[in-house]
Design a binder for this molecule. Structure first.
Ligand SMILES: Nc1ncnc2c1ncn2[C@@H]1O[C@H](COP(=O)(O)OP(=O)(O)OP(=O)(O)O)[C@@H](O)[C@H]1O
Length: 245
């Protein structure tokens, strides 16, 4: 199926030092998958490789999707909120696929943007500058942008870090709705409770796959211990493996 994302023996490196290596597996259309693992396990790097922001040094990501089919929410630390644009304009950026890069945003898209802001509890914030929002409000606005984008595959990198329990609950409801609509969601998460209760599939990563499958099977204590032990053994200066003869 064109919406299925296959990873084939994927290795991604920075300056020839692998951040993740030999990753193979499949994200089925409509699946909700958490990517869990210790700091530095390569989780963000893997998301960037899936959306094509980083080219793998070997292996490949295979799917029949267009770049516009992907919605991506980077880690908060990677998002520049100093742009002098309003909350409404931020959300409308999600409509560029429909509007085109230079075309005017139409009334229908503005209506959808207002609806998306209402869906994330930000009615009345339209005219505020994005930089004036709290971290939680800004995250709600970025989810509204994803709602407008209408992507088939949504990648979220630590979307609930520093977000209060109520906002997290509201945004997790949106993730569940995406799943019910048949969208594929891949989310990097550190909170095991969120993983267990909201993501049926888990990829546990420690530079390589520790385990990938049903969350209840993957998030077993022995796997979590193994991931930690692998993290302790990392060699940051390791070279990329030589290709198989
Ligand atoms: N731009 C970069 N240049 C060089 N090395 C990088 C770069 N980005 C990440 N790395 C390295 O790649 C490895 C994996 O980093 P990555 O951010 O993917 O891990 P992560 O699992 O998302 O970590 P965390 O849970 O701390 O966010 C780390 O050793 C990191 O230092």
């Amino acid at each position: 199926m064109i919406d299925t994302i296959h990873l084939h023996d994927l290795t991604v490196a920075y300056n020839r030092h692998p951040a993740v290596h030999h990753i193979s597996g499949t994200f089925a259309p409509g699946s909700l998958t958490a990517i869990a693992g210790p700091n530095g396990a390569g989780k963000s790097t893997l998301l960037k490789a899936i959306i094509g922001e980083i080219r793998p040094v070997s292996g490949r990501v295979e799917h029949g999707l267009a770049p516009t089919d992907f919605g991506y929410l980077p880690q908060a630390a990677d998002i520049n909120r100093r742009f002098p644009i309003s909350v409404l304009e931020t959300v409308l950026l999600g409509a560029w696929r429909e509007a085109g890069a230079f075309r005017q945003v139409g009334r229908a898209q503005r209506t959808k943007a207002f609806e998306a802001l209402a869906a994330v509890g930000l009615e009345g914030f339209e005219g505020r500058s994005i930089g004036s929002l709290s971290a939680g409000q800004a995250q709600r606005a970025l989810f509204a942008r994803l709602l407008l984008q209408d992507a088939k595959v949504i990648l979220l990198d630590e979307p609930f870090t520093a977000i209060d329990a109520r906002t997290t609950r509201d945004l997790l409801d949106i993730v569940a709705r995406w799943g019910a609509e048949g969208r594929t969601v891949i989310a990097v998460l550190h909170d095991f409770e969120q993983v267990r209760s909201h993501f049926p599939q888990t990829l546990l990563l420690a530079r390589e796959i520790v385990d990938w499958g049903t969350t209840a099977d993957v998030m077993r204590p022995d796997n979590l211990l193994r991931a930690r032990a692998m993290a302790e053994r990392w060699d940051e200066d390791a070279a990329v493996c030589a290709p198989a003869a």
